[in-house]
Design a protein around this ligand. Sequence first.
Ligand SMILES: [Zn+2]
Length: 115
Amino acid sequence: MLTATCHCGAVRVTVPRKPRTVTDCNCSICRRYGVLWAYYKASTVRAEAAPGALHRYAWGPKTQYFLRCATCGCIMCWQKIAPHPENRTGVNARNFEPEVLRSIRVVPLDGASLF
Ligand SMILES: [Zn+2]
């Protein structure tokens, strides 16, 4: 188990294991957020936050939303809007401890051309 925390500590995202790789995507939103995504089956990821402590953002076809801490603004993860146990979710690996992130290979993704 591994936990990603926001800067102020109001939001914790727990994942089952360290990812083998993280994705550095250059699409219109990921490049602005400066995130590195670790992917998991949605049912294995737990986000803990007090009521109202998470803000959501979705755009375009609104198939997924991004969750960020309402207090400190850190991007925590994205989730599919329609819940399904087989859904994938992306967790922002920037919120793992630095020594954990340092040991994971970063894979570039040309999302700007794909999405
Ligand atoms: Zn926070």
